[in-house]
Design a protein around this ligand. Structure first.
Ligand code: G6P
Length: 612
């Protein structure tokens, strides 16, 4: 949540900050702001998206070669101009942007108020700006030392960037739990919540670690210290990211582009890990712990949102193909329980961003209990990727649309390959079954391409569904999590209330809601469940519900009974989610577009959830 960006160099800072904020908007978009230094601090803040800030900024002189910027997802204080960042210190000489939460802000605020401080916002961030100034003035400290002292007093999660009008050739930034990347360019530095604002200027980056403070200066200096004043020798890494990956590439929305990228992203995920001709799957990340994971007494999968849904599919895949017991946990619950976990357990964390605070905290919690931690992550170099003992990247490339699509299919592809690898390793799969499934999995990208060709038909169904107030998604077995994911996609971007349910559970509640206004989407591509699904469809039809069924190309009976049918290629049952989820992504996308919703930036949501 919230994106921060900072620039110090020879170029004009303002356009770089605005462009950077636009790239970070997926992290939050309820207000935005920048502070520039031009003899004095020039702060421009606006409720709304970054384009509204850019409009407001036309009224100001924005010339400056140093500045900080922020795009916000409100935690403390409603989204308005006053609560937007940057926040200023009491004298107005220090400006600060912050991603995270200062948990002890109430105590700090009371202390500062006792000493006469007045606050102009409801944010925890403003308190931090005041605190830094107090330390700087009281103890006559440099900006970086004052930040360090403040860091030792605050509790919470943060990535911050600070500038000071009295020290105008310097940016001080720090991190704990929220990401921060430092880009090292030619006579310039860029700092940001992720690499997307940086990559057009330099590919040389340093990922700041927790409890580290970086100071960059106009003379090219960069000093990194820990909060306990230890000097750090930074590791400079090379970014593997192209600017085209961050553009819409002719599509109207990132989500649409990302749905259509799935032929490539799924095959990129398989590249080097699966060979259909030779009939093998090998997930390199498992190498070091092959034996331990293949013979683990159980695997626990943790994640949030869509990543939790892929975890549920992972449970089915790993239990079915590798016969290892699996439990799937919401990371936000796992982190606060006292779970019975020990050294023999394996915990798989699934996260697109690699920054979700609940997932990271759950991992810290289970690591203390000695479990081996494996990561399935998209963003290279992210906090979760760096925290795990071993792991695999899904190689989906930057996912910018807030509603996850290609990351979901990437995660499921990786889990499918892991299940095959482990099942082969521990003997749960026969050689012939294994080879058959490897060959089926290899055909998935081409079949995704065939599902995408159904877009016009799906658009037609979207038009039929777009005015519904509620929708029900039902599936069985491995397609039950697909129902959950389909419902999530619809509610998050079109604001139609939708629920996913195991089809058989319908009669224990949701059936009461069914009438002629209720579209019911059945995911019926797993042959083993289809007879049962057929009876569920009859139950819906008997109550005048409108049935939309996703079936495979061999189906006749379900299609005959349904109001609308989407026929997709057949595949081995465990891999059906990789195909059945795609019409649901397209359906939600087109419904949201038809309803005039902001598909890439749905209200109240953010892509990277770095607060609790
Ligand atoms: C947010 C996003 C979802 C995502 C979830 C978990 O809610 O909007 O798309 O599934 O966070 O994020 P992660 O990056 O850990 O997969």
């Amino acid at each position: 949540m919230c994106g921060i960006v900072a620039y110090l160099g020879e170029k004009q800072a303002y356009p770089i900050l605005i462009e950077g904020l636009q790239r970070l908007e997926y992290r939050g978009y309820d207000s935005a702001g920048v502070t520039l230094v031009n003899g004095k601090l020039v702060t421009i803040k606006k409720k709304g998206k970054v384009r509204e800030l850019a409009e407001e900024a036309k009224k100001f002189d924005t010339s400056s070669t140093i500045g900080i910027g922020h795009t916000r997802w409100a935690t403390h204080g409603e989204p308005n101009d006053a609560n937007a960042h940057p926040q200023l210190s009491a004298s107005g000489k220090i400006a600060l942007v912050h991603n995270g939460i200062i948990e002890n802000h109430t105590i700090l605020k009371a202390l500062l108020e006792k000493h006469g401080h007045k606050f102009t916002s409801d944010t925890d961030t403003e308190i931090l700006a005041h605190l830094i100034e107090v330390y700087k003035d009281l103890d006559d400290l440099s900006l970086e030392d004052a930040v360090m002292k403040a860091m030792n007093k605050i509790v919470g999660a943060y990535a911050i960037a600070v500038i000071d009008v009295d020290d105008p050739d310097k940016i001080v930034a720090a991190r704990k739990q929220s990401p921060l990347v430092v880009g090292i360019g030619e006579n310039e530095f860029l700092l940001a919540s992720d690499a997307s604002p940086i990559v057009s200027y330099t590919k040389k980056v340093v990922y700041l670690n927790d409890d580290e403070i970086v100071t960059v200066t106009r003379d090219g200096g960069m000093v990194i210290k820990t909060v306990s004043n230890q000097l750090i020798d930074p590791t400079v890494e090379e970014l593997d990211l192209d600017i085209e990956e961050l553009e819409k590439g002719g599509y109207e929305h990132f989500m649409h582009k990302e749905i259509h990228q799935q032929v490539d992203t799924v095959s990129d995920c398989m590249r080097g890990r699966l060979n259909a001709n030779e009939g093998w799957v090998h997930v390199g990340g498992l190498r070091e712990y092959n034996n331990k994971i293949a013979h683990a007494p159980r695997i626990i999968i943790a994640g949030c949102g869509t990543s939790w849904h892929s975890g549920l599919i992972g449970e089915y895949l790993i239990e079915e193909l590798a016969r290892i017991p699996v439990e799937v946990e919401y990371a936000s619950e796992l982190r606060y329980r006292n779970p019975i976990i020990n050294e023999s357990d394996v915990v798989i964390a699934i996260s697109q961003s690699g920054e979700t605070i609940d997932t990271l905290a759950a991992l810290q919690h289970v690591k203390e209990k000695g479990a081996l931690i494996y990561g399935i992550v998209n963003v290279v170099g992210s906090s979760i990727a760096r925290f795990t003992d071993a792991g695999s990247y899904i190689h989906a490339g930057p996912e910018i649309g807030v509603a996850s699509t290609k990351a979901f299919t990437g995660q499921v592809t990786l889990l499918a390959m892991m299940a095959l690898h482990l099942g082969h390793e521990n003997g749960a799969l026969s050689e012939s079954e294994y080879r058959h499934l490897v060959s089926e999995l290899a055909q998935i990208p081409e079949k995704i391409g065939r599902v995408l060709e159904l877009e016009e038909q799906i658009k037609y169904i979207a038009a039929e569904m777009k005015d519904a107030n509620n929708a029900l998604y039902l599936g069985r077995g491995v397609n039950f999590p697909v129902a959950l994911e389909g419902a999530l996609k619809l509610k998050e971007i079109s604001y139609i209330h939708a629920e996913g349910y195991p089809a058989a559970e319908m009669k224990h509640g949701p059936i009461a809601l069914i009438d002629e206004n209720m579209p019911v989407v059945f995911i019926a591509t797993n042959q083993s469940a289809n007879e049962k699904i057929l009876s569920n469809i009859q139950e819906v039809k008997a109550r005048k519900g409108r049935v939309i069924a996703i079936v495979d190309e061999n189906d006749k009976e379900i299609s005959a009974l349904s109001d609308f049918t989407i026929k997709i290629p057949a595949t081995a049952e465990p891999f059906t989610p990789l195909l059945s989820s795609i019409p649901l992504q397209l359906l939600s996308y087109h419904i949201a577009v038809m309803r005039g919703c902001d598909v890439d930036m749905p209200r109240n949501l953010a892509k990277s959830v770095t607060v609790e």
